[in-house]
Write a new protein. Structure first.
Length: 414
C-alpha cells in the first residue's frame, strides 16, 4: 500500500478520523437537502434561502477566532468529538420540529445558529489535526484522500437525502441523526495525537496571532483571500432549491442530484490528486481552478436544461477542489504547529464567508435581479476577482513549487 494514494490508511488515527468525517458529512449534506426544500416549499421566498446560510455564518464569524485559540490549547480530538455531538443535537431538534408539524421557519434558523456555533469550533480543529495524524511524507496524500472522502460524502449525502425525502423529511433527519451518532463514537475511538503547544491565556494578542501570521505572509494571504472574494459571489448552490423548482422543473430527488454534482467533480479531481499531486506551477493551477468555478457558475445560471446544469456543477466542484488542495497545502506547510489552530481559524473565516455569506449574497441578489441573473452575475464577479488577484498577488500567480519543495530542492543542491 505504501506506493499508492491509499497508503495513509495504514495510520490508525487517520483512518478513524476519516471515517468519522465521512459519516458526519453525509449527515449534514442530507440535512441540507431537507432544510432547503422544506423552507422553500413552505415559503417560496428566495430571501429565506439566503437566510439559511446567514444563520449558520453569523455565529461562525463571532466564534471562529476564539475557536482557533481553543484548538491550539486543548486536544483537537476532543473538540471535534464534542462538536459532532452538538451537530447530533441539532439533527434531533430538526427531527422534533418536523414530527411536531412546525409551520414557521424561524425555529429552523435558530437551530442553524447552534449548528454554526458547533462548526466554528470544529473547523480549526479539523483542519489543524490532520497534520498530527500522519508523518510529513504522507501529508499531501492525507490531504488529497481526506478531500476525496469529504467530497464522496458530499456526493452521496444529497442523493440519499433527496431519495429519503420521498418518505418525508422525518426519514431524512432520522437517518442523519443515526449517522452523526456513529461519527461521534468513531471520533471518540481516535487516540489523541500529540500537539506542539503550550498553555497560554486567551488574550486578544494570543487570539489574533493567526491573523497577524496570515497578513505577514503574502502567499498565504493571497491564497485564502482569493477564496473569500471569488467564491463569495459564486454561492449559487444556495439557490439550487429555487433553480430545481422554478427553472429546471425537478423535484427533491432532482435537487439531490444537483447538490451531488459539485461533490462528484471535486471527488474525481481529488482522487486524481491523490495519485498525481500538483508539484509544478501551483499558483497557476489554483487561479485556474477558481476561473473554472466562475465559468461553471455562468453556465449554471444561463441554462434551463437539467443535464447541462449537472455538468456545470460538476466543473464547479472540480475547479473548487484544485483551489482548495493548493490552498490547504500552502497554509499547513507554512504554519508552525503551535499556532496552526489559530491560522486554520482565519482560513475558516475566509472559507465560511465565501460559503455561507456567499449563500446570503446570492439570496439577496436573486431578490433584486431575479434568480438566473443573480447566478450569472456571481460567475462574472468570480472571474473578475480572479483576474484582479493575479495582479495584486503576482508572487502567488508565478509560484512554481510549494515552499517546502523549494527548501528541499535548495538543500539538495547545497
Amino acid at each position: 500500500m505504501s506506493s499508492n494514494g491509499f497508503s495513509v490508511l495504514r495510520h490508525r488515527n487517520f483512518s478513524f478520523y476519516l471515517t468519522a468525517r465521512i459519516f458526519g458529512t453525509l449527515a449534514v449534506q442530507m440535512q441540507n437537502v431537507a432544510i432547503g426544500w422544506q423552507v422553500y416549499a413552505s415559503t417560496h421566498n428566495l430571501f429565506y434561502l439566503g437566510m439559511i446560510g446567514l444563520a449558520q455564518f453569523a455565529p461562525f464569524l463571532l466564534l471562529i477566532l476564539p475557536a482557533g485559540h481553543v484548538a491550539d490549547q486543548f486536544n483537537r480530538k476532543y473538540i471535534i468529538t464534542m462538536c459532532l455531538g452538538m451537530q447530533l443535537v441539532v439533527g434531533l431538534m430538526l427531527l422534533a420540529f418536523t414530527a411536531a408539524g412546525l409551520t414557521v421557519v424561524w425555529p429552523v434558523f435558530a437551530v442553524l445558529v447552534l449548528f454554526g456555533s458547533a462548526r466554528a469550533f470544529m473547523g480549526p480543529a479539523t483542519q489543524a489535526i490532520l497534520v498530527n495524524l500522519v508523518p510529513q511524507e504522507d501529508f499531501s496524500k492525507a490531504v488529497a484522500l481526506s478531500s476525496s472522502a469529504f467530497h464522496v460524502a458530499v456526493i452521496l449525502g444529497p442523493t440519499l437525502g433527496g431519495l429519503l425525502y420521498i418518505y418525508g423529511p422525518t426519514a431524512v433527519y432520522t437517518v442523519a441523526s443515526v449517522l452523526l451518532l456513529v461519527s461521534v463514537v468513531l471520533m471518540s475511538m481516535t487516540k489523541a495525537p500529540a500537539q506542539s503547544a503550550k498553555r497560554e491565556p486567551a488574550t486578544w494578542h494570543s487570539v489574533l496571532e493567526g491573523l497577524r501570521f496570515v497578513f505577514s505572509r503574502p502567499i498565504v494571504l493571497g491564497a485564502i483571500s482569493l477564496d473569500l472574494f471569488a467564491v463569495l459571489f459564486g454561492g449559487a448552490t444556495a439557490l439550487l432549491p429555487a433553480l430545481a423548482h422554478d427553472v429546471l422543473h425537478v423535484g427533491p430527488t432532482g435537487l439531490g442530484l444537483l447538490r451531488t454534482a459539485p461533490g462528484t467533480g471535486a471527488a474525481l479531481c481529488s482522487i486524481a490528486l491523490a495519485f498525481m499531486p500538483i508539484t509544478r506551477r501551483v499558483g497557476l493551477w489554483m487561479f485556474g481552478g477558481v476561473a473554472v468555478f466562475g465559468l461553471g457558475t455562468i453556465v449554471l445560471g444561463a441554462t434551463s436544461t437539467f443535464i447541462v446544469a449537472l455538468v456545470a456543477l460538476l466543473l464547479m466542484g472540480a475547479g473548487d477542489m484544485i483551489s482548495v488542495y493548493v490552498r490547504h497545502l500552502l497554509v499547513q506547510y507554512e504554519t508552525p504547529d503551535a499556532i496552526r489552530g489559530r491560522v486554520s481559524a482565519v482560513n475558516s473565516v475566509f472559507i465560511g464567508a465565501s460559503n455561507e455569506l456567499g449563500e446570503f449574497e446570492s439570496g439577496v441578489t436573486a431578490g433584486w435581479f431575479g434568480l438566473t441573473r443573480a447566478v450569472i452575475f456571481g460567475g462574472v464577479a468570480t472571474l473578475f476577482v480572479t483576474g484582479l488577484w493575479i495582479k495584486l498577488f503576482p508572487v502567488l500567480s508565478r509560484m512554481d513549487r510549494f515552499p517546502h519543495q523549494e527548501q528541499e530542492k535548495t538543500a539538495q543542491q547545497a
